[in-house]
Design a protein around this ligand. Sequence first.
Ligand code: SF4
Ligand code: SF4
Length: 501
Amino acid sequence: MGVNDMISTFEVVRNEQRCIQCRVCETQCANLVHYYHPDTGLMMSDESKCVNCQRCVALCPTRALKIMKNRCRMRENANWSQDTILEIYKQADSGAVLLSSMGNPNPLPVYWDRILINASQVTNPPIDPLREPMETRVYLGRKPEQISRKEDGSLDTKLAPQLQLSLPVMFSAMSYGSISYNAHASLARAATELGIYYNTGEGGLHQDFYRYGAHTIIQVASGRFGVHKDYLEAGAAVEIKMGQGAKPGIGGHLPGTKIVGDVSRTRMIPEGTDAISPAPHHDIYSIEDLRQLVYSLKEATEYKKPIIVKVAAVHNIAAIASGIARSGADIIAIDGFRGGTGAAPTRIRDNVGIPIELALAAVDTRLREEGIRNRVSLVVGGSIRSASDVVKAIALGADACYVATAAVLALGCHLCRTCQTGKCNWGIATQRPDLVKRLNPDVGSERLVNLMNAWKHEIKELLGGMGINSIEALRGNRLMLRGVGMTEKELEILGIAHAGE
Ligand code: SF4
Ligand code: SF4
């Protein structure tokens, strides 16, 4: 036992009067926290292993369990927090880089919460979405500078390939391997039913999901796992992953323990081999190189599919986006520093990147100033939590949003942030067959559809309140936003006025 194991992060509180020793908690916990003690006839807990995933709490039939933050605290120290001290112990035990999952949990500003949305009052009256038509459909892809029509009124301009979305939200990249077969099945089915898209991530596309190709974005990342001709043809769009918000500047690593069975076949690498994506694409060191890959993929897909380039939000994101727009990409996806992940070095996740709100505003401004905004659509992700975040993102200049954490929450995730262990008790971030089957894809897809339909209603209400009846009319309309509690500089970058102005 290391020093670290002596100080549990969580405390398992069991109400002995309610506990009936049914041992459900024992069977449900993949971390082996609960066990039956035959001598005392009582259930016991090894709290050092608990990650607070809430599975046992939710399934205990007598509500006998609570998981608390350990009330036993080390001596207070404003500089050396208990978490920091425990990390030192852990690294002194292991000599290893600390790994984490999901998004940056630190109390850095969430700009969405400092932005407020306008509403119509006396003049320019609001629109009632129950009685008036509201258009939430959006099209992603390069837009023509001008359109011309034939004599009969039909369109004469040849349009670049577009993705049509019934609402401005898509499920972001999560690879098969980092999440389970049933999680992917849930996302694929829900995207198809909703008329939106889900994203394979960098793990290839399982044979069973080719039938959902019309609602699939297939990803080409630096490791090129699972990339072949049929794969490129299978999706509705191809995404080149240059970076990810949770780990900008580094590659990916799926441990060999997760490369089993179908995951290994789909990735086209041997079982048990670590899937390591290099930090750079080894054929891309400039915008010209990126352009070559963009056009290679366009050639390979006969110019029928939009090409997305995904990057992490970093300091000079506006210049980077300008280059990507000029590389021939049809869509730029920008992932903010709070974006989720199945596994990332903790120091990278918590210290690298910038907020998506500032990145989006800077990119939209730059592309407009350069007169190339119509060349690309902008999709943003990195902790889009609700319909109001979506509406704020659209008003700041996005065409659509990517969601991943919100989607896995809908599937049952309790944000324990230990996906990297592969022991997800909710059947999402795991390949263990006994855990995978805990997520029923029928239920999962229904919950995703419900979530997106709820957001769609809320988006319509927010639009109607502003007196706007389409997403298109809101896009980049920053007059609909006001800031609270921000500095002049923050407001300047966001391009919005302070509340009261
Ligand atoms: S890890 Fe999850 S299931 Fe196990 S004891 Fe902790 S909260 Fe319960
Ligand atoms: S997906 Fe599973 S392991 Fe990952 S944070 Fe959610 S509940 Fe925890």
